[in-house]
Write a protein that binds this ligand. Structure first.
Ligand code: AMP
Length: 585
């Protein structure tokens, strides 16, 4: 008789999801009640005078909206090993280190079993919907996942990136098996101490199991693009390894070598096949399906700051479907992608109403309220009251506030989302951008999304020459008077000064924020500057973050480098090869 495998009951997962989303309002109340009952004895809540009340009204009246900075002292005490309940009823045993690539500095956030459970619930939910449309039978996943170094805090708690905490968890492995999405690489590769070596070995494992690979994935799409860019450089070495059955000497860690030795056998036929396939490709178009003929889809977070990598990913993927993975953060999960057939640009995330209590700050009318004051118009900046999950309105933008089982109460996540519709009574959100990634000099406020769109527009000019912007970042330079926007580009080849000047003008024209355009017209903001950096500059930025303990799995190129991020600015400025000033205005 065949061995019975534990396979996820996707119909049940979908039924459960339907039940909670049909009654989202009550489920939210119940979830908040559970969170507050479980953690009511925590010092943080005790000090706010909730006195055992668990209803949303009392909660909102007593508990303030906070940012990470407000909670830092409490989290630090948890990390320092203070044993009494500080943020949660049960002691926190693990700390997640957020990638810090959006704000420059890694942050500590609590991690516990409840957060692990919500992670799995999100994964199961999106898998259930995905598998209905794109079923994967027995096979393997080529997952470009990496663990960060696990450190011990002063108080003896384990601290690693949230993704590493998840990958290490035995429940995660069981769940991946049940979702037929087991990683084809051994643990020694995932947890290897050097990401360059792990990346090489992931590629090698993928090739060894090439016929069994059903999906190619990573947490963020950036890692998939990086993996195949690397493949372009090392494919011949990979073929040599497969031909001889001996791992290249560039892999030096004994644990990784011995794990790979168990998989690697001399296979000249496979080496010939890969060589033939690679030689037959034009500019690596369609590389992924060529290498992995049975791949069903490519999976990873592809929205927000990952959108700029989609073009390259599509190039490697040819007609293989790209599916954006779910929406969450080190602080906790928010929504699952239950419409996998939508292209990543239109992906939405349905909020799971039982994984946390969610509030949303409306962003439309919050900016300014005009006040007439002795003939002068002044502006009173007021943030409107947050609304509940089921009160959000289609078409409106909001900042997300999380309260969850991990010790965060009314925590401003800093992400902007737009409500695109509802699934039953829970909203489906589109990720818009980080709220604080902003270029601002005068009355202008250009967001991460504005920057992305401007770069996309200007990059079309070099696409005509079959070149691409490999990565980009920005900064406001106020050392000039007036200050101006600086955009840094790493480009895949040589571009003429003429074209780059045109790109620079196009960038300047493409920032559509009213404040920017009017300031440029009256010269209150100076001409935009495009600085081209050397090939490999963004790799140096990645290496810098990895050196600080970030994991590649969660890496996001900083799109706007503020003064607090001096080191990154220095790497960028040290590598500038040419610069151009706009004449667009
Ligand atoms: P981290 O700090 O590494 O935990 O990253 C969390 C942040 O990544 C979130 O706050 C978002 O800004 C971003 N993020 C996570 N999931 C998505 C998604 N599906 N689409 C766009 N951005 C995302």
């Amino acid at each position: 008789m065949l061995e019975k495998k534990e396979i996820l009951d996707v119909e049940k997962v979908i039924r459960d999801f339907e039940v909670i989303t049909k009654d989202a309002e009550n489920v939210q109340r119940e979830t908040l009640k559970m969170i507050l009952e479980e953690n009511g004895c925590a010092e943080y809540l005790q000090n706010l005078g909730l006195n055992g009340r668990t209803d949303p009204e009392s909660f909102k009246a007593c508990v303030p909206l906070v940012t990470h900075k407000d909670l830092e002292p409490c989290i630090q005490r948890v990390a320092d090993g203070v044993f009494s309940p500080i943020l949660t009823g049960k002691p926190i045993t693990t700390i997640s280190i957020s990638s810090g690539t959006t704000q420059g500095k890694p942050k500590f956030v609590p991690f516990n079993d409840e957060l692990m459970e919500t992670t799995l619930q999100i994964f199961r939910t999106s898998f259930a919907f995905r598998n209905k449309e794109f079923p994967i039978e027995n096979g393997r996943a080529l997952q470009f996942i990496y663990s960060s170094k696990q450190i011990k805090t002063k108080g003896g708690l384990f601290a690693g990136t949230a993704t590493s905490n998840v990958f290490r968890n035995s429940q995660f492995r069981k769940a991946m098996k049940a979702m037929q999405s087991e990683c084809c690489s051994p643990d020694e590769v995932i947890f290897g101490p050097d990401f360059h070596q792990s990346l090489y070995c992931h590629l090698l494992c993928g090739l060894i199991f090439h016929e069994e690979i059903r999906l190619v994935s990573s947490t963020f799409a950036y890692s998939i693009v990086l993996a195949f860019r690397t493949f372009e450089q090392v494919w011949e070495e990979l073929c040599d390894d497969i031909r001889e059955g001996v791992l290249t000497s560039r892999i030096t860690f004994p644990s990784v070598r011995s794990a790979m030795a168990k998989l690697l056998k001399p296979n000249p036929e496979l080496a010939d096949l890969i060589e033939k396939k690679c030689s037959g490709l034009s500019n690596w178009y369609g590389l992924i399906p060529e290498l992995f003929p049975n791949v069903k889809y490519i999976y990873g977070i592809m929205t927000g700051c990952m959108e700029p990598y989609l073009k390259k990913l599509r190039h490697y993927a040819a007609d293989v479907t790209l599916i954006s993975a779910d929406y969450g953060s080190s602080e906790g999960w928010i929504g699952a992608n239950i419409n996998p057939s939508l292209p990543p640009e239109s992906a939405t995330y349905a909020v799971l109403p039982n994984i946390g209590y969610f509030e949303f700050i409306p962003l439309k009318e919050n900016v300014e309220e005009h006040m007439q004051d002795n003939g002068n118009v002044s502006f009173l900046s007021m943030e409107p009251k947050p609304v509940d999950l089921t009160e959000v309105r289609v078409g409106e933008e909001y900042e997300v506030i999380i309260t969850n089982f991990g010790g965060l109460y009314r925590y401003k996540l800093g992400d902007v989302v737009k409500v695109m519709g509802f699934h039953n009574s829970t909203p489906e959100l589109k990720f818009v951008c980080r709220r604080n990634v902003m270029l601002a000099i005068n009355i202008d406020k250009s967001t991460e999304q504005d920057l992305q769109l401007a770069v996309e527009e200007a990059a079309k000019l070099i696409a005509k020459e079959k070149l691409e912007v490999i990565d980009f970042s920005s900064n406001v330079d106020v050392s000039t008077d007036p200050g101006h926007y600086v955009i840094f580009w790493e480009i895949s080849g040589e571009v003429s000064d003429e074209v780059l000047t045109e790109c620079c003008n196009c960038l300047d024209r493409s920032f559509v924020d009213g404040g920017y355009v009017s300031s440029r017209k009256v010269d209150a903001i100076g001409p935009l500057e495009l600085r081209v950096v050397r090939r490999g500059t963004f790799q140096k930025i990645l290496d810098h973050y990895l050196g600080l303990g970030a994991a590649l799995s969660q890496f996001k190129t900083p799109r706007c480098v503020g003064p607090a991020n001096n080191k990154i600015l220095q790497i960028l400025c040290d590598n500038v090869t040419k610069n151009y000033f706009s004449t667009a205005f």
